[in-house]
Design a protein around this ligand. Sequence first.
Ligand SMILES: N[C@@H](CCC(=O)N[C@@H](CS)C(=O)NCC(=O)O)C(=O)O
Length: 225
Amino acid sequence: MKLIVGNKNYSSWSLRGWLAMKQSGLHFEELTVPLYGEDWDAMKAEQGEFQPSAGKVPVLWDGDVVVWDSLAILDYLGDKVGRDRFWPKDDGARGMARAMVAEMHSSYMSLRRNCPMNIRAQARVELAEETKADIVRILGLWAEARARFGQGGPFLFGTFSAADIFYAPIVSRFLTYGIGVPGFAQAYMQAVWEHDWMQQWVAAAQEEDWTISQFEVGDKQGKGA
Ligand SMILES: N[C@@H](CCC(=O)N[C@@H](CS)C(=O)NCC(=O)O)C(=O)O
């Protein structure tokens, strides 16, 4: 299997696809491509590997089978290795986890625009009212998941699941933009950030020297990008 991802510092959808690959336990090669570089449009147009996704990452190639879009990749992998590797077993927990993942995939436009994922950033941004509403909504969902279903471990539904995979880039944003969150959320974010796979991704992001100016927002806080 081969997973094509974008710059690890910036590509939040790639992070989700990559964490899903890791969670599957299947062996895969990865290829990182520099998004929005000078040659990006040419690369998308020329490379057959990008045609099915119309030039978006992540893209998973499994032999001749191609799957694009982070959520489709996670579902495809779940079909291969078994749903329980990604989703809580309990119907109530799984229903909520599925809804939270779908909501992440389709919503929070203001937060995504206002605070683009930038792992190296230590920046402060002025939050729009709609962004604050997105943050409140996310914290409410995290609180409910942890309170109702989080007894088995430090993650949203106890053990690491699809929900954590989809909210990992939100954890990154809350940390790097210094968004104030309550104690339970700090503990959850620490568990995600310290997860081995997250640390591998963060280390790779720190090593990259590509910079995408449109994602460098806010006032820098001394260190980082
Ligand atoms: N809904 C897609 C979104 C994919 C997406 O927008 N990826 C961005 C990078 S995070 C991308 O490839 N942008 C490059 C472009 O649009 O040219 C998913 O979940 O995978």
